[in-house]
Design a protein around this ligand. Structure first.
Ligand code: ZN
Length: 314
């Protein structure tokens, strides 16, 4: 069985590269309905040839494809990949697919996730060629709007998950061939501080510095984060590899907090800022942790230390 699959894959390498070229050269940026439709039509044709039943679903931003292969076994397996890319229309024409002298493939979305989309097709072809059908059903969902996500995509994943015993997300690997076995949930917050602006030289006593309050709030936000394992230099992909550690994920803490953006409408050093804001991204491994942090973040709206300011957190 294993040998038959290996043989099929080895014999069809050139075909695989040709298909990867064809799919990469189809512009299918996130939000491009026609492009994701063209990409999924390419996938549907291949899947139909293997014997799958295909179903297209649409919204105004994308085309989604669900392919189903029937077997004779007990379990249903869900495979999820995506045909959309992060690039704008015209990118595939601007820098089409190419393979360089080191045998690396280049092109928009070639790795994320088009190589995988085609790999799954060849994997299924190889199983068919080897006569393997010990599954109840293999459902292959090629998402048309993975980048950024959508209600449509979420609903399809939820629906297909209910029909499946196992699910594997077929997306790019990590450096050193690491497989991603878990990812954190993701919450975004905006913190807006309103103070009282005025001239620093003669009105300080009747003003309230919004940036000063924001600085305090940011420090409190960072206190919510799990501690990092140590000196960042010791935990780069290269440093881990040098120590013989393949899986960087074991160092990922329970949650991470990132204040990524700060600002104020004030742009004068002599003016006390009457407003300030920051945007915060918080990621956690468990829903319980996310909810715990959510409550702590929202409670910071009441922790005013600069009299005259107020905090709004959304
Ligand atoms: Zn991806």
């Amino acid at each position: 069985m294993r040998e038959a699959v290996k043989k099929y894959i080895a014999e069809h390498y050139e075909d695989y590269v040709k298909d990867l070229e064809a799919l990469t050269n189809i512009d299918s940026g996130n939000g491009d309905r026609e492009g994701t439709e063209a990409a999924n039509k390419f996938v549907a044709e291949k899947m139909t040839a293997i014997g799958a039943a295909t179903e297209f679903r649409y919204n105004d931003r994308a085309c989604h494809l669900i392919s189903r292969l029937k077997g004779t076994g007990k379990y249903t397996i869900l495979l999820v990949a995506h045909v959309d890319t992060v690039f704008k229309k015209g990118e595939a024409a601007r820098r089409p697919f190419r393979v360089d002298e080191n045998n690396f493939a280049w092109g928009p979305g070639v790795g994320d996730d088009k190589a995988t989309v085609v790999e799954v097709i060849y994997g299924l072809e190889a199983l068919k060629a080897a006569g393997f059908d010990n599954f109840k059903e293999i459902i292959y969902y090629t998402n048309g709007e993975e980048e950024g996500g959508s209600k449509t995509a979420e609903d399809i994943v939820a629906e297909l998950s209910q029909q499946s015993d196992f699910a594997i997300i077929m997306d790019v690997a990590r450096p050193n061939w690491g497989i991603v076995t878990q990812r954190k949930g993701n919450a975004k917050y905006r913190v807006e501080v309103t103070g009282k602006g005025g001239h620093h030289g003669n009105a300080s006593q009747s003003c309230a510095n919004a940036i000063h309050q924001l600085a305090y709030t940011i420090t409190e936000l960072q206190k919510l984060a799990s501690p990092m394992p140590g000196n960042p230099e010791d935990f780069t992909a290269a440093a881990l590899k040098a120590r013989g550690i393949v899986d960087a994920g074991q160092f990922i803490p329970q949650n991470t907090v990132n204040v990524g953006v700060i600002g104020s409408t004030n742009d004068k050093i002599s003016v006390i800022p009457g407003d300030a804001f920051c945007e915060v991204n918080i990621r956690c491994f468990t829903i319980e942790e996310q909810q715990r942090i959510d409550a702590e973040v929202k409670a910071l709206a009441d922790k005013v230390v600069i009299p005259g300011t107020s905090i709004k957190i959304t």
